[in-house]
Design a protein around this ligand. Structure first.
Ligand SMILES: Cc1cc2nc3c(=O)[nH]c(=O)nc-3n(C[C@H](O)[C@H](O)[C@H](O)COP(=O)(O)OP(=O)(O)OC[C@H]3O[C@@H](n4cnc5c(N)ncnc54)[C@H](O)[C@@H]3O)c2cc1C
Length: 287
């Protein structure tokens, strides 16, 4: 196996594109190395992205935030402006693994590993995050929900590298939240999860909303009907009931040892309701 650690994005793309055998990018390695050690994959080439320019930086831009694909999740909470603007995204990323994992794992790796239960992805989808992808054809921005196409599968072409995740700027009175259910308190894979992002208008009426569910389908599911159920409301009980019903209707989970399909479906509605209430409360308090 060849290991490369290029210092330019162009070189990284060229290395990946030229390799005839199995080639993988390495960010934190917390998924990749486990799969290699478990002999699920046997790469000819591993390209470490951590020396690429700007890859470990969080930039505050006029449009919002640009989080380099090599930024470890632990760093997200230390960026006070980011944590204030997008508390739900930050809490989702910081649920991943343990302290040791946090020091290595990245949101871009969480996305590109393409697990239906990846914790940061529902929060990123709710936040309308974009992945900045560099490949043989140049640079493009792709909505995060378009990256994962199925368990372990992405829409990325050979040589494509996610170099950053972008989050939009937040207006006043906006909030987001992410909740997952796991049978134990730490270090487990989500049985199901929900991310909600809201913007409030005059008199704290919900003006915009996005709702996304994890671990209830082959990819994260965005639920526009759930969002519509709470727009124009102050999250009264009836609106929350409709949100939960829309979420349940959008679920098509598997039965496995961690939860039956019926259980996942019901809990997804409950989590979405609770996440919406937290996001609303955060938005109400923010000036
Ligand atoms: C003990 C343990 C606990 C865990 N707990 C959780 C958890 O609670 N929640 C959760 O969601 N996950 C969990 N994980 C899984 C893992 O930590 C996360 O998915 C993590 O975010 C992966 O990020 P990484 O930077 O380590 O990715 P890597 O392992 O470096 O890469 C993952 C995959 O994405 C590809 N890739 C990486 N970066 C890029 C890029 N920039 N562009 C294109 N492709 C790329 C790689 O080639 C690889 O296929 C856990 C893992 C372990 C070992």
């Amino acid at each position: 196996m060849r290991y490369e650690s290029p210092t330019s994005t162009r070189e990284a793309v060229a290395l990946m594109a030229a390799e005839k055998g199995a080639a993988y990018l390495l960010a934190g390695g917390t998924d990749l190395l486990v799969r290699m050690r478990g002999e699920f994959i046997d790469p000819e080439l591993v390209v470490d992205i951590k020396r690429l320019p700007g890859i470990r930086e969080i930039r505050h831009t006029a449009a919002g935030f640009s989080i380099g694909a090599g930024v470890p999740c632990v760093a997200l909470g230390r960026d006070k402006r980011l944590a204030r603007a997008w508390p739900g995204v930050v809490e989702a990323a910081q649920l991943i693994g343990s302290d040791q994992i946090q020091g290595r794992c990245t949101m871009a790796g969480n996305l590109c590993n393409a697990s239906p239960a990846a914790d940061s992805v529902p929060a990123l989808v709710a936040a309308q995050a974009k992945a900045v992808v560099v490949g043989a054809g140049g640079r493009r921005r792709v909505a995060v929900e378009k990256i994962v196409t199925g368990p372990g599968k992405t829409s990325l072409a050979k040589g494509d590298i996610v170099v950053a995740i972008e989050l939009p700027k937040r207006p006043a009175k906006s909030g987001d939240a992410y909740l997952r259910f796991i049978p134990r308190s730490e270090m487990d894979i989500a049985v199901c999860s929900a991310g909600v992002s809201l913007v409030l208008g005059p008199r704290n009426v919900v003006k915009q909303a996005r709702v996304a569910l994890g671990a209830v389908a082959p990819t994260v599911v965005q639920v526009p009907k759930a969002a519509r159920a709470i727009v124009g409301t102050r999250l009264e009980d009836d609106a929350l009931k409709q949100l939960a019903a829309a979420c349940e209707a959008a679920c098509s989970p598997i039965d496995d040892k961690r939860g039956t399909a019926a259980y996942r479906t019901e809990v997804a509605g409950v989590l979405a309701r609770r996440a919406a209430a937290i996001a609303y409360d955060r938005a109400r308090r923010k000036r």
